[in-house]
Design a protein around this ligand. Structure first.
Ligand code: GLU
Ligand code: MG
Length: 438
């Protein structure tokens, strides 16, 4: 049989879905220059299929312009299509970025961080997911037996990531039934989000080739733990590339600059969840005692904090200021990695622009503090539904100008329609829908 390879140009859209168009690989050179046509209303296709009311209807044209640095190619042998794609920016026909493009939004936030504050961001995404088709046995959290039962999946996955120029930092069986976790090393700026897309898509491609499915759904069932996406990040001096997060003399060792950045994230976290925890079932996960994040609290080595100061390992002898970093935990894979990282940078920018006060570390789980104690620390419960989060996002004056009216308007319309679609369904039925969509 004669075969020729197809390359897909993709976007991680408002629903965090990877969609795009393909062309013969022999046309690559031309396509790198001219891209491929794309439709504005595609941004309103929800994760469940129906299209949210679109401001563009059937009108308008945009272009997917590929970034060749994001090329992923994994050859799965003669029996199946290669996994060959490139991430793209959605551009207007005149070559300017389209205001609703998630990747262009992240680039814009990173540029503002550099222009106004001389800073760059380095980040690594930690992903949890469910591997279907694996026998569920009691008491297999973190178990060697649970690792064994995923068969050849993990090793094929590592091989595929390596073929794509990535590598695994860690892979492990997680706490939940059939739940696994994968982390890759950190990358600078937009590449961190590009890599998050690759990690998810290669996980899905390998599962498909192993005759099973990997799902990054925020939570598999209302009674289980969730699948978090934890974003580890640190700030770098844009000129020298030196990390600027650590200060041995400062409270909790957090430098003044980093403290302002964190303060912005904490202040805006309730509104940000509309973007970072972007499904209706995300709010089943963001509940206390689930080791996710239920409050906008800063924690030190606390795995229930919305934002965590991560541990350093002085015993390893490596430079502590290079290890010292933070972790945003109120996120999941229903969020486009570009919107998620862009939202974190937007909130950090707000903290830097406003020179917000240094946040205090929460001394114990927020649910064990009195209302007054929480208030004194500026801690509030995160929204408990997508609708509540969207209302907060809509009314947050600090975020709207950073996101821009067109992106926020399209996002709100998309997500409000998605929430309506889910309204009549039980939490279990919603979990089932999202399980299939992600
Ligand atoms: N599964 C937890 C979550 O939903 C995270 C557990 C952990 O890795 O700390 O975020
Ligand atoms: Mg984990």
């Amino acid at each position: 049989m004669i075969r020729d390879e197809i390359i897909m140009l993709c976007t991680a859209d408002l629903a965090g879905q990877i969609r795009g168009k393909g062309f013969p690989s022999s046309d690559l050179e031309a396509r790198l220059k001219k891209g491929i046509g794309w439709t504005p209303t595609n941004s309103m296709i929800t994760a469940h299929g129906p299209i949210a009311p679109s401001p563009w209807g059937p009108y308008g044209d945009t272009v997917l312009m590929p970034d060749p640095a994001t090329e992923i190619r994994v050859d799965f042998g003669p029996e199946t299509a290669a996994c060959h794609f490139m991430m793209s920016d959605i551009m207007n026909l005149d070559g300017t970025p389209w205001s609703v493009c998630p990747r262009s939004f992240l680039k814009r936030m990173l540029a503002e961080l550099e222009e106004r504050h001389g800073l760059k961001l380095k980040a690594a995404f930690e992903h949890e997911f469910i591997l279907e088709g694996i026998e569920e046995r009691p008491n297999s959290s973190y178990a060697l037996d649970a690792f064994r039962r995923q068969g050849r999946y993990a090793e094929t996955y590592l091989g595929a990531l390596k073929a794509a120029g990535l590598s695994i930092d860690t892979f492990m069986p997680e706490y939940g039934p059939r739940q696994y976790e994968v982390t890759v090393g950190p990358a600078e700026g937009v590449s961190a989000a590009d890599e998050a897309v690759a990690v998810r898509e290669i996980a899905r491609a390998v599962a498909h080739n192993c005759g099973t499915r990997a799902s990054f759904t925020p939570i598999m069932r209302p009674d289980t733990v969730g699948n978090g996406v934890h974003v580890h990040f640190c700030l770098l001096d844009a000129k020298s590339g030196t990390p600027v997060n650590y200060d041995a003399a400062a409270k909790n060792n957090v430098s003044d600059k980093a403290a302002q950045f964190l303060a912005g994230i904490l202040r805006l976290m309730p509104a940000l969840t509309a973007v970072t925890a972007a499904s209706t079932i995300s709010y089943l996960r963001l509940t206390p005692d689930r080791w996710s994040a239920a409050y906008n609290n800063l924690g030190e080595r606390d795995r229930e904090a919305g934002l965590r100061i991560c541990p350093v390992f002085p015993g390893t002898g490596s430079d502590i200021s290079r290890q010292f970093h933070f972790e945003f935990r109120a996120a999941d894979a229903a969020a486009s990695p570009y919107l998620l990282l862009g939202a974190i940078v937007a909130a950090g920018l707000h903290g830097l622009d406003e020179k917000l006060d240094r946040p205090k570390v929460c001394p114990s789980p927020p649910q064990h503090l009195s209302e007054m104690e929480r208030e004194a620390l500026g801690i509030v419960r995160l929204p408990q539904s997508l609708e509540e989060a969207l209302d907060l996002f809509e009314n947050e004056a600090a975020l709207r100008p950073l996101f821009g009216e067109e992106l926020s308007g399209a996002y709100l319309a998309h997500k409000r329609f998605e929430a309506q679609l889910m309204q009549e369904l039980s939490p279990e039925a919603q979990c089932e829908k999202y399980g299939l969509a992600y």
